[in-house]
Design a protein around this ligand. Sequence first.
Ligand code: NAG
Ligand code: NAG
Ligand code: NAG
Ligand code: NAG
Ligand code: NAG
Ligand code: NAG
Length: 480
Amino acid sequence: MNIVSKATAFFVLALVALLFVEPVSGRTKRASTEKLNNNSLGTQDLVTNLPGQPAADFKHYAGYVTVNETNGRALFYWFYEAASNPDGKPLVLWLNGGPGCSSVGYGATQEIGPFIVDTDGSGIKSNNYSWNKEANMLFLESPVGVGFSYSNTTRDYDNLGDEFTANDAYNFLHKWYLKFPTYRTRTFYISGESYAGKYVPELAELIYDKNNNPSLHIDIKGILLGNPETSDADDWRGLVDYAWSHAVISDETHKIIRESCDFDRNDTWSNKDCTLAVDEVLKQYKEIDIYSLYTSVCIGDTASSTDGSMQVMMKRTSTMMPRIMGGYDPCLDGYSKTFYNRPDVQKALHVSDGVRLKNWTICNKKIFEDWAYSKPSVLPIYKKLIAAGLRIWVYSGDTDGRVPVLSTRYSLSALGLPITKAWRPWYHEKQVSGWFQEYEGLTFATFRGAGHAVPCFKPSNSLALFTSFLLGDPLPTARV
Ligand SMILES: *[C@@H]1O[C@H](CO)[C@@H](O)[C@H](O)[C@H]1NC(C)=O
Ligand SMILES: *[C@@H]1O[C@H](CO)[C@@H](O)[C@H](O)[C@H]1NC(C)=O
Ligand SMILES: *[C@@H]1O[C@H](CO)[C@@H](O)[C@H](O)[C@H]1NC(C)=O
Ligand SMILES: *[C@@H]1O[C@H](CO)[C@@H](O)[C@H](O)[C@H]1NC(C)=O
Ligand SMILES: *[C@@H]1O[C@H](CO)[C@@H](O)[C@H](O)[C@H]1NC(C)=O
Ligand SMILES: *[C@@H]1O[C@H](CO)[C@@H](O)[C@H](O)[C@H]1NC(C)=O
């Protein structure tokens, strides 16, 4: 193969990946007796007339927070107070990945929010397993360009990357606390999935570093990551090995990959044998749902306006590991798009005046393609956060081919943490929900039979894990 064509051949294959990162906010002692009242800025963001909203016994707020006045950058959030005793519950931020995908479109309305997009096209319905049963849930569309979030300075879109994203999310938190002062000192966690596997530790590290300044202190206690992109080399090794071990590719293709791809090297993608073989993996994954190996793909569903080109897209550049983009449910994405582009919905969420509408899409392909910087591995950040005493839980749906359980095991194995409790099953409703292993400073759990966006597949089990995480309790180890 000729080197020039290898070097210049950038593959663009689209795969849908979801990343969720949730930051959690804490409530300040100073403000602990304050209630959200009409003097709190947040009151202006109270959502009172969301079309089709089921009755709810909690308040929710949505709107913009300006994160950079000079350039005119504003991030959109949707915040659901806990369904009961919100004052006594922590604040949890949830982030989706992509990069370029919306935490509102995925996290809030397909996975763990109280109102889920309804496939009958009529709007939204209640989610019995919403995570706001256990915490105050904050969903952030990040960075600018994602969902309703925007910048008035178009060149900002050329500079988006991990650091940019973390800095704006950090500024967001402090500005958000000004709207919701009672949460300023509240115990805070960050959660997310897929590419948020990068966002979550990066934001946690920034918070941890800035906490040196007492006036900026945020009471961050831990992070929760689902099928997270973690270490590019380990993630790629896991992706190809999983494809082979789950009969998606042949022995021959796998052998070529093993012999020609060294994912630790930055020039492995200029090896034509390697790129052709990896291409074969992606080609097979285009035939099925890489995010959920054993469920059906959405075929000929005219109600879905999903852009098919998004479903298998990979971006390669000379400076970063190839990335695969995604968002889960190709069948549901179209409904979200219809819902969030409705004038009455945008007005109710304080996004637009209902006349000059914002153009909402679930993933922004341009952001994904133009991503300027991605940290190759966040494992060094894991080490730092573990040393700082933060709680770190990583879970993995074991039928995901995109960030498969093998990728996560390779990554965690590279950390070399001492095991404190050996591999064993955890139970939910009398069945084995998955397995888990506890390390010094980290808990790893699998979800048996769940795809990339675990809560879509195992909503009740996911809520159970979330509850254990918040309590810092081991997962249930008895069949009760
Ligand atoms: C806050 O404002 C709402 C709507 O404007 C009003 O119904 C409510 O009585 C006010 N509450 C207080 C405590 O002033
Ligand atoms: C606003 O954003 C610009 C461009 O990213 C940056 O140079 C500037 O420092 C930011 N301003 C503040 C106050 O953060
Ligand atoms: C962006 O520009 C619009 C139109 O001028 C303005 O209304 C809006 O407040 C600006 N946003 C920010 C965050 O400055
Ligand atoms: C949700 O909970 C309600 C009340 O317990 C129940 O009637 C309903 O069937 C549940 N819905 C689902 C989808 O489980
Ligand atoms: C690849 O790694 C080599 C050796 O570490 C380094 O000299 C080179 O600049 C790197 N190339 C790229 C494109 O990062
Ligand atoms: C909304 O954005 C999409 C994707 O960028 C574009 O194709 C479409 O034309 C836009 N629609 C409007 C009304 O601006």
